[in-house]
Ligand binder design. Structure first.
Ligand code: C2E
Ligand code: MG
Ligand code: MG
Ligand code: MG
Length: 283
């Protein structure tokens, strides 16, 4: 199955990327030239409103196709990009590219929110505010159409300046979502102290939601917590119709997963949007 392949792939790369292995060194040296050689590109995965079935946002996911290494999954190269600091120029490129695409969609009459993943190093970087605003302004997009996804663990390692940055971005209308919610170490007090707008429930809770009572209980608890705090809830990794059925009751706002679509090209997203009845309101 795709799931097993993914796991094997992950194990292969995670062993290979440890320490000073040859694959890791090749990856590192190739990563330095990845942008200038146009080896990186973005794919987009729809986020769908549970009630209306409409696409309301896309998650922006980075892809790297290298001449020697082939397709390298982000779970392998993002840590290398982090260690080398290359995540900063790469992350800036991702934000610009996402905003450029958002502008194209807006100009085509397709209003669609773009959600970009932020790594630990980007979050801690003093230039985060400038980098984000620069991407948004470069294409003149509505800041309400831009969202940042940050994992709990990354959020936990905040500095005062990174929290101030989140607040400034939030005041501009930029959305902040906590990614892989439920898997990291976090304090619920942060949901109150930080300008957070959405929780993305990690797919490990969705995976067996139809069989495991505990998973359903956790999803329900997260949903009701989110509702009380006026946060949006998004279920990640929805692969089956049965899983989606289970998400109606805990009342997730949106879902994302292979059931609706795998991450795909901007063109395919445009086709889905223009063939469907899809208009998302910013904010
Ligand atoms: P994430 O942010 O939690 O992204 C969701 C991951 O789940 C994506 O993997 C997506 O393809 C996968 N996924 C979506 N639906 C399903 C499903 O129904 N079943 C299964 N099994 N998987 C599903 P991907 O694209 O390989 O990305 C992996 C991780 O790499 C992301 O996790 C994110 O943490 C990181 N990443 C990807 N792009 C970027 C980026 O531009 N910047 C940074 N900093 N990190 C990125
Ligand atoms: Mg994400
Ligand atoms: Mg996630
Ligand atoms: Mg993840």
């Amino acid at each position: 199955s795709a799931k097993l392949e993914g796991r094997n792939n992950y194990q292969f790369y995670s062993c290979a990327t440890h320490a000073e292995s040859p694959v890791r060194l090749t990856m590192e040296s190739q990563l330095y030239h990845a942008l200038e050689r146009n080896e990186m590109f973005l794919v987009y995965q729809p986020r769908v409103d549970v009630k209306s079935g409409r696409i309301v946002a896309v998650e922006v996911l980075l892809r790297w196709n290298n001449k020697d290494l082939g397709f390298v999954p982000p779970i392998s190269f993002i840590p290398v990009a982090e260690d080398t600091g290359l995540i900063l120029p790469i992350g800036d490129w991702v934000m610009h590219e996402a905003c450029r695409q958002c502008r194209l969609w807006t100009d085509a009459g397709l209003t669609l929110k773009v959600a970009v993943n932020l790594s630990a190093r980007q979050f801690k970087n003093k230039n985060l505010l400038r980098a984000t605003v620069s991407a948004i302004n470069a294409y003149g997009i509505d800041p309400g159409l831009f969202e940042l996804e940050i994992t709990e663990s990354i959020l936990m390692n905040h500095t005062e300046s990174s929290v101030a940055t989140l607040r400034q971005l939030s005041d501009m209308g930029v959305g902040i979502a906590i990614d892989d919610f439920g898997t990291g170490y976090s304090s619920l007090a942060y949901l109150k102290r930080f300008p957070v707008h959405a929780l993305k429930i990690d797919r490990s809770f969705i995976n067996e939601i139809t069989q495991e009572a505990e998973d359903l209980a956790i999803v329900r608890a997260i949903s009701s917590l989110a509702r009380s705090l006026h946060l949006k809830v998004i279920a990640e990794g929805v692969e089956t119709e049965a899983q989606l059925q289970f998400l109606q009751y805990p009342e997730c706002d949106e879902y994302q997963g292979y059931l609706f679509s795998k991450p795909t090209t901007a063109e395919k997203i445009s086709d889905m949007l223009s063939s469907g009845i899809v208009i998302a309101q910013p904010g």
